[in-house]
Design a protein around this ligand. Structure first.
Ligand code: S3P
Length: 430
């Protein structure tokens, strides 16, 4: 289905990271938390279901709204096995919460999540006194034993990870003494900001977060910004499809998330931020994205953590650019919902694009994009990135294994088609 220039306005759904944390902190708070703009994705719904199973009442008075009746830090009830679905954020943050409970729990996930590394969170939690068992090689399922006395630690993360940092801070709520996390590169600070918004004393600055156990959380209102990572597919699409001019209102602009904007601008993109403001404590802006010819660049390694989820989309921008784009220092991409370096390299090659793979990145030679068939490996961001690539392809692009798009971006196909994408969903039986 050929697409045309992208035009008009696209409102992308709520931020996944913020939605997970809003449910968790709302559940652990005293009082009633209202969440506005909650992501109705499979990942965040799995987290909400987990807390409902642990005795938390969560109502959905409307689309993207949640009312969470907090039970306080010590009010959860054991639920046995909790299925986190596809969500690494859900599982890692829950491991931190559950390490501090009186009851035992088992955390499971789908095939992708079952292959993802959990030692990075198990090991520091064990240092805090947690008892957690995993499958071989630190893979899920995780058996988290309750009734352990946790103590604060001062921990330098070997790999920059907001999920691990957040798990330790959540366990730190239950620990004796001070839990401090130091990062090799600053990562998204939603947990810290939200703990503060829930009235919990926390000290933080880029690369550092610290709190003392024993305080409590007070319910609040949470306004979830539109997810920059979901907006990224439209930002790249409008940049690479000639004649496009697309507005994206109220996109979350947390500085730890917008590395892609810096990279695209360095490549020549035309992205204007209008009306920068704060909503629910988070910076947001309306974005206006116009088509612009891109040139390849070397992505500075220091920018990698600020765009860790945006590399699949960036690879497509690189394929559309003149010249070579080089990504290094991004080996974390190999342990996301899929091995994103391999998935993107294989998919782009299937569309005739030349890609040199490296252990920690890739070099992409921009040029012509052909039609072809893509295995998205069940990874939402791989599937959506190739939907963008398809807008430039000179033949049809068929993308397999796309159901997981709903983990982070329910309604993507309709929203994209409405903006001008030539895209339709075909059921497996068709
Ligand atoms: C997330 C952190 C990132 C990101 C993920 C969401 C979070 O992972 O890739 O999609 O909400 O904390 P790491 O920082 O653990 O690499």
């Amino acid at each position: 289905m050929p697409g045309g220039p992208l035009q008009g306005e696209v409102r992308v759904p709520g931020d996944k990271s913020v939605s997970h944390r809003a449910v968790m902190l709302g559940a652990l708070a005293e009082g009633t938390t209202h969440i506005h703009g909650f992501l109705e994705g499979e990942d965040t719904r799995a987290t909400a279901r987990a807390f409902e199973r642990m005795g938390v009442r969560i109502e959905a008075p409307g689309d993207a709204e949640r009312v969470v009746q907090g039970v306080g830090l010590h009010g959860l009830q054991g639920a046995g096995t909790i299925d986190c679905g596809n969500a690494g954020t859900g599982m890692r943050l829950l491991a931190g919460v559950l390490a501090g409970q009186a009851f035992d729990s088992v955390l499971t996930g789908d095939t992708s999540l079952s292959a993802r590394p959990m030692a990075r969170v198990i090991e520091p939690l064990q240092r805090m006194g947690a008892r957690i068992e995993s499958s071989d090689g630190g893979r899920p399922p995780l058996h988290v034993h309750g009734g352990q006395a946790l103590r604060g630690i001062d921990y330098a993360l070997p790999v920059a990870s907001a999920q691990v940092k957040s798990a330790l801070l959540l366990a730190g709520l239950y620990a004796n003494g001070t839990t401090t996390v130091r990062e090799p590169h600053p990562t998204r600070d939603y947990s810290e900001r939200m703990l503060e918004a829930f009235g919990y004393p926390v000290r933080f600055e880029p690369g550092y977060a610290s709190l003392d156990g024993g305080h409590s959380l007070r319910a609040t209102e949470v306004y979830v910004p539109a997810d920059f990572s979901s907006a990224a597919f439209f930002i790249v699409a409008a940049t690479v499809v000639p004649g496009s001019e697309l507005r994206l209102p109220a996109v979350g602009m947390n500085p730890r998330r917008i590395g892609l904007l810096h990279v695209l601008r360095a490549m020549g993109a035309d992205i204007v931020e209008h009306d920068p403001r704060t909503s629910g404590g988070e910076p947001v802006a309306d974005l206006l994205v116009r088509y612009a010819p891109l040139r390849g660049i070397e992505v500075p390694e220091a920018w990698v953590p600020d765009m860790i989820d945006e590399f699949p989309a960036l690879f497509v921008a690189a394929a559309a650019a003149r010249g070579r784009t080089v990504v290094r220092g991004a080996s974390e991409l190999r342990v996301k919902e899929s091995d994103r370096i391999a998935a993107m390299a294989q998919g782009l090659r299937a569309l005739g694009v030349s890609v040199d793979e490296a252990p920690d990145g890739a070099a992409i030679e921009g040029g012509r994009i052909q039609g072809g068939r893509i295995d998205s490996r069940g990874d939402h961001r791989i599937a959506m990135s190739f939907a963008v690539a398809a807008q430039l392809a000179d033949g049809e692009v068929e993308i397999d294994d796309v159901v997981n798009v709903a983990t982070s971006f329910p309604g993507f196909v309709d929203l994209a088609a409405g903006a001008g994408f030539g895209l339709r969903e075909v059921s497996p039986a068709a």
